[in-house]
Design a protein around this ligand. Structure first.
Ligand code: CJB
Length: 826
């Protein structure tokens, strides 16, 4: 039964301790309904049952967490601290049930109470504490660290508002605040006793102490408190649980009662609000930092609180500071937390009174940095003035790091004076900027990219000078995804089919999927495989009908492009091809034989005009095509609003063709590409990021690669790329662009999309859309032809899944653990 407001009347007040796990879970749920949520156990609604179930699981998680912590303490293991401004965990319920091995028990307990597990799970609203790939990767890695039993901690920010909720209204993206906490915090513990002061602004005072040492301290600083909120991340059925500690900003005023006694009550409250703003909202910009003061405050807030936590734990050991790197590694997820480097220096030098040399020796052996992007606009820089105002002592420390670093570089490269300006931590021009990637490289013992291709680009171009200076620091760690969420949880029937044939070991050893290969020639397995896939497509078709009112054919080719909207990800290239297909259907009926359903999803940064405009174009094209009777079932275009982890879990298992079509050289890795292929979708993609490695693993014949290679992109650019030539030479492309510019898809506003076409024809087509159009069209035709032979398609699909073992985040995290962190499982 799934009714909203009534449970089964068998629900009772808590009874004596039960013996069966399902019964004991049910008793716990009822206890939480009554004592934690204050509701009548006779008629809890579905949301209440969800929350009570979550609390019952939290009880089990906290017990295992305490045991895991004791284990780490008793072994005195080296610890890994993973610092990230973003985590995108997705809904927790199913993941936690699977990890705890309690799925069947929960189903039974809920059925007994008159509820369905799926309906209860649908009540969960996911915490959107990340923008996209980077935050989701951090969550996959925590899952793997827990499964590998690593002594690790995730550290981030407890944003009160996560990534905005996206609505599509009249074809446009509209942003709504994401109040993910409105339903309460059933998964976490607020630790009001774990608070650390974080100090900004003020002035540096220099003084000489009794021993004649030059000392620095910060005067007149503003203090904000960081309060820990802990969420638990269980390993897969291994009784091991990690902690993701997210800091929430609290005013220090609450801790200073005297403040209120001075009489300015309203002023005090205003200050409280200003302080607590720090953790109010996640910046919704993906790969284009906004450069706002509040963002730098957020970064330092995370860093300062975390380093204090790390130092507190280290101090308890009572060992010398030079042992810090032997006992701890601090991993920087992108440059966002890179101010941790001067912060640790400050503590060691200013507070612990180590010499600069001693402190630097410790720092450079403690930090490791992952770069996730080569987009020039995404490489973080901060105006030096802002830094000086907000973090005056840290800027001094950065200057001193830079002075010593440049001194060494000058000695190493006496004949290349220009190198100094290129590698300096401070860019000196009309205005001065602190370059966070340079700080991160100079202050870390390891610098890694996230796919083989990306790591080569770092060494050869973006950080080439640094590679010459510190060749031993550079390495690659190709990204991975957790198979627990991205197969077992999101595609339970396919997971079940796999387990039935090769056993369950693949869940923690994804290379085992290879064992599926003997079955690719079995007719029975083929049929079962395709039946599962078709069932998934039916479910997605239902969802599309419910949400968008569009009827799509489950048998059609589901061609899916879901990810953040960014010009380099080239959703525009995709829609140009959609329009070309539409024109073929109109001009020569019968020329398009494979019915397709195009599915788009993704958010654009609220201030990113072109990305939002492309969303609008897609929706306008969708409307024109879906309402044109000549098209019928041959072509449908759907934009699903508010793409997030929950929605990804619905879409990915139902996808036939996965669009991974970034301009070569621009997508560092991609992880969506892995999720689709793992679930048996075929990739159409460029030679970019991890696509290249996916190709190497699944075989060239099992995906559709097209387009320029990254060196061809560079050559074409340096030779003077002229997009107009492609327009003039290609009549099909010309027709498509003329339609957009001429208002075909916006008859009431004919000029609406003119600037989209302008960006391609008159503003240089920075992302080489026109240069890749023709080869994309050809490869799309290949994909359609392949889809017509369903047996061959099924084979490709199975081979994709069976050969994706390498892309497990367990493999990736294991490489980090062995090659960078120097830790092993407890
Ligand atoms: N990435 O999501 C982000 N945000 C950034 O600010 C920089 C990079 C993405 O990180 C993913 C995880 O490594 C990559 O797979 C993806 O290519 C990159 O764009």
């Amino acid at each position: 039964m799934t009714s909203q407001n009534s449970g089964n009347r068998k629900s009772r007040l808590p009874e004596a301790p039960a013996t069966r796990p399902a019964e004991s879970l049910k008793q716990d749920i009822l206890r939480h309904v009554l004592y934690s949520l204050g509701r009548d156990t006779e008629r809890p609604d579905r949301q209440t049952v969800f929350r009570a179930l979550a609390l019952s699981l939290r009880d089990r998680l906290v017990e295992k967490w305490i045991a895991s912590q004791r284990d780490i303490y008793s072994r005195s293991s080296k610890r890994v601290y993973y610092l990230s401004l973003e985590f995108l965990p997705g809904p927790f319920l199913r993941e936690n049930l699977i990890a705890l091995g309690l799925e069947n028990e929960a189903r039974e307990a809920l059925t007994d109470m008159g509820f369905g597990l799926d309906d209860v799970a649908d009540e969960e609203y996911e915490p959107g504490l990340g923008n996209g790939g980077l935050g989701r990767l951090a969550s996959c890695y925590l899952d793997s660290m827990a499964t590998l039993r690593l002594p690790a901690y995730g550290y981030g920010i407890h944003y009160a508002y996560g990534i905005f909720y996206q609505l599509i209204k009249e074809g446009r993206q509209v942003e709504r605040a994401d109040n993910w906490l409105r339903g309460g915090t059933h998964w976490e513990f607020e630790r009001s006793h774990y608070v650390h002061p974080v100090r900004f602004y003020g002035q540096v005072r220099e003084w000489v102490d009794e021993q004649g040492r030059l000392r620095h301290s910060l005067e007149n600083a503003t203090t904000v408190m960081a309060m820990a909120c802990d969420m638990f991340i269980p390993g897969h059925k291994n009784d091991y649980v990690l902690n993701m500690r997210l800091w929430a900003a609290k005013t220090s005023r609450e801790f200073e009662f005297s403040f209120f006694n001075t009489g300015d009550y309203i002023g005090a409250v205003e200050e409280k609000i200003r302080d607590e703003n720090i953790s109010m909202v996640l910046y919704p910009n993906d790969e284009a930092p906004e450069g706002k003061e509040l963002r730098l405050k957020q970064q330092f807030f995370l860093v300062s609180a975390t380093i204090q936590d790390i130092v507190r734990r280290f101090r308890k050991k009572g060992i010398a500071w030079d042992q810090l790197p032997r006992k701890n590694v601090i991993h920087l997820n992108e440059t966002h937390p890179a101010v941790a480097i001067p912060e640790l220096m400050r503590i060691l030098v200013d507070e612990e009174l180590l010499t600069w040399e001693e402190a630097w020796y410790i720092c450079v052996r403690t930090f490791a940095y992952t770069n996730h992007t080569v987009l020039p606009e995404a490489l973080e820089v901060w105006p030096e003035d802002l830094f000086r105002r907000l973090l005056p002592r840290h800027l001094q420390i950065i200057h001193e790091i830079n002075r010593r670093f440049l001194h060494d570089v000058r000695r190493q490269f006496p004949n290349d004076p220009n190198i100094l300006g290129r590698v300096s931590l401070v860019h000196e021009g009309e205005s001065r900027w602190v370059r966070m990637s340079h700080l991160a490289i100079v202050g870390s013992f390891s610098v890694n990219g996230v796919s083989a291709h990306h790591s080569e680009i770092l060494k050869e171009s973006v950080f080439h000078d640094f590679y010459k200076i510190f060749p031993e620091r550079f390495n690659n760690k190709t990204n991975g995804i957790t198979p627990r969420r991205w197969l077992r949880q999101c595609n339970p029937t396919l997971a079940w089919l796999i387990t039935e044939h090769i056993g369950p070991e693949w869940l923690t050893d994804l290379a085992q999927l290879k064992k599926l290969e003997p079955y690719v020639n079995s007719e029975g397995f083929h049929r079962a495989w395709m039946e599962v896939r078709l069932r998934n497509k039916h479910k997605l078709a239902e969802y599309i009908r419910d949400k968008n009112g569009i009827t799509v054919m489950p048998e059609s080719l589901f061609d899916v492009h879901v990810k953040r909207f960014h010009e380099y990800k080239r959703q525009l290239l995709n829609v140009l091809h959609v329009i070309a297909l539409y024109n073929r259907i109109r001009s020569s009926p019968g020329s398009v034989t494979v019915p397709r359903t195009y599915i788009f999803g993704g958010k654009a940064a609220p201030g990113y005009y072109m990305a939002k405009h492309i969303i609008r174009l897609i929706n306008s094209v969708a409307y024109t095509i879906n309402t044109d009777p000549r098209v019928g079932d041959l072509l449908k275009v759907v934009f699903l609003q508010n793409y997030c982890v929950t929605l990804a879990e619905r879409i990915i298992p139902a996808t036939d063709l996965s669009e991974q079509i970034s301009t070569a050289g621009m997508e560092a890795s991609g992880t969506g590409n892995m999720k689709f292929a793992l679930n048996g979708a075929i990739t159409i993609g460029t030679h970019d990021g991890a696509n290249i490695e996916i190709m190497e693993h699944v075989g060239n014949e099992n995906l559709f690669l097209f387009g320029l290679l990254s060196h061809e992109v560079n050559e074409m650019r340096s030779q003077g790329y002229n997009p107009r030539l492609f327009y003039e030479r290609d009549s099909e492309l010309r027709e498509v662009l003329d339609m957009i510019a001429g208002g075909f898809f916006s008859p009431s506003e004919p000029h609406l999309f003119r600037d989209v076409v302008e960006s391609l024809l008159n503003h240089g087509d920075r992302y080489m859309v026109l240069a890749d159009f023709r080869s994309y069209v050809y490869r799309q035709q290949d994909a359609a032809n392949a889809f017509m032979d369903q047996a061959a398609w099924a084979r490709m699909s199975m081979l994709n899944t069976s050969r994706m073992g390498f892309f497990s985040s367990d493999r990736a995290v294991d490489e980090y653990a062995k090659d960078i962190w120097g830790v092993s499982g407890v």
